[in-house]
Design a protein around this ligand. Structure first.
Ligand code: G3P
Length: 218
């Protein structure tokens, strides 16, 4: 499974990419607002750090303007992928951009039928939002399972990008189901490396090593 970071923080991207090579990055208006920086400049900087799909989100209401925005973002770098919302206008924009060899990430996907429509519109990535479904009392992970089944039933090549990830269990379950990509907030990325038995194991080895050194000195 590919690991993307869901952030617009250059610092977080550099730190994570220093640990394992990130496969891509996803951004959105809320994440860029948190950083308070220029969107295009930030995207340009990200493309210099990570060699993989970097999602940039459109904010226009209609297909023609979304496509215009998308074309503008796409000029930044060949790895830029354009995020459009799962709406009929978003799907029209997806078709326009895809026809011009600009890859699309269909975002804000909350049902299997939406994911089916996105694949039919030719989207490169589909982003089901797991955590937000959990928030309203549904089982977000069921959606990943349904999309996986539908896409393999018909051989759609759209990649499933599990988004709105809130904790490591989401990551493990997405991997077990066979999601192509998981996009992680930095906090969840850090959690993937942690285990209390690893910490206590390191401590025990170091303590025993110290005891051995002290014994040898006698
Ligand atoms: O980037 C889209 C998605 O991952 C947002 O997650 O936590 O705002 O639901 P969240």
């Amino acid at each position: 499974m590919k690991i993307f970071l869901d952030t617009a923080s250059i610092d977080e991207i550099k730190k994570a990419n220093g640990v394992i090579p990130l496969d891509g990055v996803t951004t959105n208006p809320s994440l860029i607002m948190k950083e308070g920086k220029d969107y295009k400049e930030t995207l340009k900087e990200i493309t210099k750090i990570v060699d993989g799909p970097i999602s940039a989100e459109t904010i226009s209401p209609d297909a023609a303007s979304m496509a215009r925005e998308g074309k503008d973002f796409a000029k930044i770098h060949k790895n830029i992928v354009i995020k459009v919302p799962m709406t009929p206008e978003g799907m029209k924009a997806c078709r326009i951009l895809t026809a011009q060899n600009i890859r699309v990430n269909t975002t804000l996907v909350f049902s299997a039928n939406q994911a089916l429509m996105a694949a039919k519109a030719g989207t490169f990535l589909v982003s089901p939002f797991i955590g937000r479904l959990d928030d309203i009392g549904q089982t977000g992970m069921d959606l990943i399972r349904e999309i996986k089944t539908i896409y393999s039933n018909y051989g759609y090549r759209t990649q499933i990008l599990a988004a709105s990830i809130r904790h490591p269990i989401h990551v493990k379950e997405a991997a077990l189901i066979g999601a192509d990509i998981c996009t992680l907030p930095y906090k969840v990325f850090e959690q993937l490396f942690q285990h209390s038995l690893t910490d206590s194991g390191i401590k025990k080895f170091l303590d025993d090593w110290d005891k051995l050194q002290k014994g040898l000195k006698k």
